[in-house]
Design a protein around this ligand. Structure first.
Ligand code: COI
Length: 357
């Protein structure tokens, strides 16, 4: 095997596939995984597909100590005529490189990685569920592997891709979720790592997530770190609000994740002559709009969450219902159009889907 040629080792044992009707998010994994290594002398090398298996790492591997890691999330769909479609994979791998840059991790070649991913998907094609609301979630990630306790970038890394057949991200399915507006902790500050998909952004949110759960809400809505006034994102999704006919999403402030679904929804709405205002949006403006019955609907967007209507906001002990906790017409139309394009059931005027061949 040359250092760049993909080696494929197929599994001799095939796992039992989960029941597609009761799939949860991210609990089961397919028969194979992709892995390649990085060293300063050889760059990214030895790409291989191997049976899905545990890793053996030195306990001093830098990922364990200082969290030098980045990840992505994208989905594959199997069409009625047995084609495999990916949704804008180039966007995810470009973003992976932006996250890596922020964490001083060497970048990957997006085109090459999409080829490796395609081989993995062809091998595990039967794992792509076709039941309504399901898909194959793809988790590419990079970890620092050098055994070294110095606080400095690692000299070696592993890039891996694992695949998980998934149902909807929230237990509510596509029914509206309740959101807890966090007023104590912050997710990200300007100049920090908020725009990167890196583990620490997520684990640092658990404390606030515990509060949300205690208040009976599904997720946390984050406000800006300096004034605790402006809406940022939900952590697993970007957010949109429709107030007095204006569709608003928080502008990319430097601490918000640049969602691929967010970008696609803005492009889709533009094509429907429904421009989106990317601007600052304060929690006060949203609460006043709810009070005055001007908030028509709210929803989150994300790869895992797709389009997830928001039915309730909980802020400083007060609960406010949005659209009577019902899914609004805009969220419904966006969900149907987006998933229709993703699954190859609707025309794709933007050329967003990428067929795996
Ligand atoms: C995704 O939508 O892919 C995400 O990254 C959210 C995730 C952390 C579950």
């Amino acid at each position: 095997m040359s250092d760049q040629n993909l080696e494929i080792m197929t599994a001799t044992h095939h796992k039992t596939k989960p029941d597609p009707e009761t799939l949860e998010f991210g609990k089961t994994f397919t028969d194979h995984m992709f892995i390649m290594d990085y060293s300063i002398d050889h760059g990214w090398h030895s790409p291989r597909i191997i049976p899905y298996q545990p890793l053996t790492l030195d306990p001093a591997a830098m990922i364990y100590h200082y969290g030098q890691t980045v990840f992505e999330g994208l989905k594959a769909y199997r069409t009625d005529d047995e084609r495999i479609l990916l949704f804008r994979p180039d966007q995810n791998f470009k973003r992976l490189n932006r996250s890596s840059d922020r964490l001083s991790i060497p970048d990957i070649d997006p085109e090459l990685v999409i080829e490796y991913l395609s081989e993995l998907l062809k091998l595990d094609k039967e794992w792509i569920p076709t039941y309504e609301g399901t898909s194959l979630y793809i988790r590419p990630f990079i970890i620092a592997t050098e055994p070294n306790l110095s606080v400095a970038p690692s000299a070696t890394y592993k890039f891996m891709i694992i695949l998980s057949p998934v149902g909807s991200y929230y237990k509510e399915g596509i029914a509206p979720v309740g959101i807890y507006v966090e007023d104590e902790y912050t997710r990200a500050a300007l100049g920090g790592t908020g725009t990167a998909k890196t583990a620490g952004n997520y684990s640092a949110a658990y404390k606030a997530q515990d509060k949300a759960t205690a208040h009976g809400q599904a997720q946390v809505l984050w406000l800006d770190s300096s004034e605790k006034k402006y809406i940022e994102e939900v952590g697993s999704m970007n957010v949109f609000f429709k107030i007095d006919g204006e569709i608003i999403t928080p502008a990319l402030s430097g601490s918000i994740l640049e969602g691929v679904t967010r970008k696609s929804i803005i492009e889709l709405l533009n094509s429907w002559d429904m421009p989106v205002s990317e601007r600052k949006l304060s929690i006060d403006e949203v609460l006043l709009a709810i009070e005055e019955n001007r908030l028509e609907e709210a929803f989150g967007t994300g790869t895992a969450a797709v389009i997830s209507p928001i039915g309730e906001l909980s802020w400083k002990g007060k609960q406010s219902l949005i659209n009577n906790r019902e899914t609004g017409p805009l969220a419904t139309k966006l969900y149907e159009t987006l998933t229709g394009i993703q699954k190859g059931k609707q025309p794709d005027p933007f050329n967003w889907t990428h067929e795996v061949k």
